[in-house]
Design a protein around this ligand. Structure first.
Ligand code: HEC
Length: 294
């Protein structure tokens, strides 16, 4: 029995250390996470979801959507983009001559090819992106030179990475995005696209409902299973339901019948349409595209 106490202490230590790593650590790191503010703005983020969106999240959970879909956008880095918006007093040809005169700068040596490609044969169309690089000092150097000659430009910070180039979001997902997620459904398999920003790509509820009822109706090669039991097949009464799906003839019900979404389907569609992380945050900065003022 001499070793009994040793085994006991080892067991307590193993359980205690695991608890510290799996429960206490994350709690200390993220337990105090709250509403934050959008970068360069006083707007709060994230906004409280509506009742329907909250209920829809439970429908998402109940139907195992997270088995095929993730809700997390990854990012590998950031890049700066320098885009000309006005040449001031210059004509395009004057500007290209000026830009070429900068090729002698040793700090620009690595970028002369890209710069030459951008301005060769350019007819002065705006906006014009002339430099894209993660190297901040080069962009600053270039920006100073352009400022000195009165050329106007936009400097944008963009997130980069495979998920971003697939169009799944404009920045990586961060803890604040999941503040109201109960539970957080990150998912770990991507049989279908990431849904962290599906509300940006597919904001139309009708599209969402038709897709849930018959994925093949919107994408003939879709392998997503249809979720028909979230809909009701009804005989059309004296007046057709205003909610009835407008399906392509191939998927439409028999004459005299209509397909009406249940409350679950509507809540799920509301949840999907609400999935968007479009604002820059301190921990995930980027320059949002703002529609040009008319
Ligand atoms: C067996 C895997 C699988 C399951 C389970 C699944 N999906 Fe999908 N999903 C896919 C595939 C594959 C696609 C891509 C083809 C398409 O658009 O239909 C997709 C596409 C989507 C899209 C369109 C995304 C876009 O960017 O166009 C949405 C929205 C979606 N699924 C929602 C759901 C919801 C909600 C559930 C649960 C009710 C669910 N999926 C369950 C495989 C799945």
């Amino acid at each position: 029995m001499k070793t009994g106490i040793g085994v006991f202490i080892a067991a307590v230590a193993a359980i205690g250390l695991s608890w510290c790593g799996l429960v206490l650590g994350p709690q200390l790191q993220l337990g105090g996470e709250g509403i934050t503010t959008v970068l360069n703005s006083t707007d709060e983020y994230p906004l409280q979801p509506t009742g329907a969106e909250n209920l829809g999240q439970q429908v998402y959970r109940a139907n195992g959507c997270a088995a095929c879909h993730t809700e997390q956008v990854r990012q590998t880095g950031v890049t700066c983009e320098l885009t000309l918006t006005s040449l001031g007093v210059y004509k395009a040809a004057d500007f290209t001559a000026f830009a070429r005169s900068l090729f002698v700068l040793p700090e620009l040596a690595k970028y002369t090819n890209a710069l030459a490609d951008a301005i060769n044969g350019w007819n002065g169309d705006m906006p014009k992106t002339i430099l894209t690089t993660p190297d901040k000092t080069i962009v600053e150097e270039m920006a100073n030179r352009l400022k000195a000659v009165g050329v106007k430009f936009d400097l944008r910070i963009l997130a980069t990475g495979p998920d971003i180039s697939r169009g799944w979001g404009s920045r990586q997902s961060v803890a604040a995005d999941y503040l109201y997620a109960q539970p957080v459904q990150l998912g770990n398999l991507r049989a279908g696209p990431d849904l962290a920003n599906v509300g940006v790509r597919k904001p139309d509820m009708n599209w969402q409902l038709i897709h849930l009822y018959a994925p093949k109706a919107v994408d003939s090669s879709s392998t997503m299973p249809p979720f028909r039991y979230l809909f009701e097949l009804r005989k059309i009464g004296s007046t057709p339901s205003p909610d009835a799906l407008k399906l392509p003839s191939e998927f439409a019900p028999a004459q005299g019948y209509e397909v009406v979404p249940t409350t679950d389907a509507k809540n799920l569609a509301a949840y999907l349409a609400s999935l968007k992380a479009t604002v820059p945050l301190y921990e995930a900065p980027f320059t949002p595209v703002i529609a040009a003022k008319p």
